[in-house]
Design a protein around this ligand. Structure first.
Ligand code: S3P
Ligand code: PEP
Length: 441
């Protein structure tokens, strides 16, 4: 999806200053398209993330017979077809790099009266889908996968799912959401119980589209047989994209950067708590609401960071922010310990192994554990580090490079377009030293 290989050259940036606004939230954008597509009437989405992951989800609903217009960048007008109005696609549905896309769609398509096939890129094709297949089968879905529960997924026509009461074995908003979306098509009450509360966008958005859902942290319940009514969705700026700037401005001396209107759902802001424990200077102002989500302006100033033991209770609330946290830790004073984060090994890459080897290539002192890492802060040198085609790793290494003593060549960065289109330009405007590398011939 992301086209030709792209490396970055990064380093020697300036202090990060001024004001920036990061693009729309990826989790919210996926869900807005999905729910608007099966709602009755016309919905509009403002602040839609123009990333490859979320555009892939929109394209899939086009294949399933939903008319989606893009009147201007970051806007969509979606002509919902109702709960039973989707029709079979002529070919496979390509989720690209998106675990969120594939897992949520598996739930939504499990209740349709036609067959579908979900495929993904090389990274997504290695990610575990058994975690959604298992509860969906219990609901009566017929799903075929490759050996080990790997994509592609063939989801066979179904004319009647049965609700379940399901306790998630791992804290995963994607699995919870897949079960809830299947629950829309099921007889009876679907209940999902979580070992630790995860992001609740599916629950909140179902309510906004008029579906009765009862939810509290760690628990969600809904009954099948209702209707979704079109609504307008305003997508807040993605905290996970803001995270790179929170870490970079904390680390680069002289920085004083304002991030505008950042989504502050408490199930997403664990990194803020972790950075504050490390001594970061981040203040919030202008707290408000956008599309039913809390938002705030975040001002971040350079501070000396200290190593910490990251509280395990924060892990699900900062699950996508660990690559950036590893960089903060590698440049902090003392040791940082991460545990309870084995999920990092099944993201777009094995984020523990890939970050450990990339930071080690720049001189960091870091050892892996099965569910985390021990990182002893120090200095970083220039050199070469590979992102393994993982967007969050590429952007995190770009931060590390700002503090390295020499330039860093970061391999395989095209995938940044999946979640953060325009990252290079925005980062440069804030003060990053960052550019595309000339290809090696
Ligand atoms: O529900 C979502 O939108 C997401 C949930 C998380 O995944 P898991 O459910 O696998 O933890 C997160 O890592 C992903 O980027 C987005
Ligand atoms: C894990 C991520 O996304 P997904 O699971 O949707 O691929 C991410 O964006 O860091």
């Amino acid at each position: 999806m992301s086209g030709a290989p792209l490396d970055w050259l990064a380093g020697q940036g300036k202090a990060l200053t001024g004001e920036i606004t990061v693009p729309g939230d990826k989790s919210v954008s996926h869900r807005a398209v999905m729910l608007a597509a099966i709602a009755e009437g016309e919905s509009s989405v403002e602040g839609f993330l123009e990333g490859e992951d979320t555009r892939a989800t929109a394209a899939i609903f086009g294949q399933l017979g939903v008319r989606i217009e893009a009147p201007s960048p970051s806007r969509r007008r979606i002509h919902g077809v109702g709960l039973h109005g989707l029709r079979a696609a002529a070919g496979p549905l390509d989720c690209g790099n998106a675990g969120t896309g594939m897992r949520l769609l598996a739930g939504l398509l499990a209740g349709q009266a036609f067959d579908s096939e979900l495929v993904g890129d090389a990274s997504l094709s290695r990610r575990p889908m058994g975690r959604v297949i298992e509860p969906l089968r219990r609901m009566g879905a017929r799903i075929e996968a490759r050996e080990g529960g790997l994509p592609p997924l063939r989801i066979l026509a179904n004319n009647g799912l049965q609700a379940i009461d399901y306790e998630l074995p791992v804290a995963s908003a994607q699995v919870k959401s897949a079960v809830l979306l299947a629950g829309l098509y099921a007889r009876g009450e679907t209940v999902v119980r979580e070992p630790h509360p995860t992001r609740d966008y599916t629950e909140r958005m179902l309510s906004a589209f008029g579906w009765p859902v009862r939810f509290s942290p760690g628990l969600a319940r809904l009954e099948g047989g209702h209707r979704l009514r079109a609504t307008d969705v305003q997508v807040p700026a993605d905290f996970s994209s803001a995270a790179f700037f929170l870490v970079a401005a904390s680390l680069v001396p002289g920085s004083d950067l304002l991030l505008r209107r950042v989504g502050m759902n408490p199930r997403r802001t664990g990194l803020l708590a972790a950075l504050r424990l490390m001594g970061a200077d981040i203040s919030e102002s202008g707290a408000g609401e956008q599309g039913g989500e809390p938002v705030a302006d975040l001002r971040v100033r350079h501070a000396r960071l200290r190593g910490i033991a990251v509280p395990e209770a924060l892990v699900p609330d900062m699950i996508d922010e660990f690559p950036a946290l590893f960089v903060a830790a590698a440049l902090a004073e003392g040791e940082t310990r991460v545990s309870g984060a084995a999920e990092l090994r099944v993201k777009e890459s094995d984020r523990i192994a890939v970050m450990a080897s990339a930071l080690r290539a720049l001189g960091a002192d870091i050892s892996e554990t099965p569910d985390g890492a021990h990182i002893r802060g120090g200095r970083l040198a220039g050199g070469q580090a590979d992102s393994h085609g993982d967007h969050r790793i590429a952007m995190s290494l770009a931060i590390a490079a700002q503090l390295a003593s020499g330039e860093v060549r970061i391999g395989d960065c095209a995938n940044v377009a999946t979640s953060f289109p325009g990252f290079v330009e925005l980062a440069r405007s804030a003060g990053f030293g960052l550019r595309a590398a000339p290809p090696i011939l």
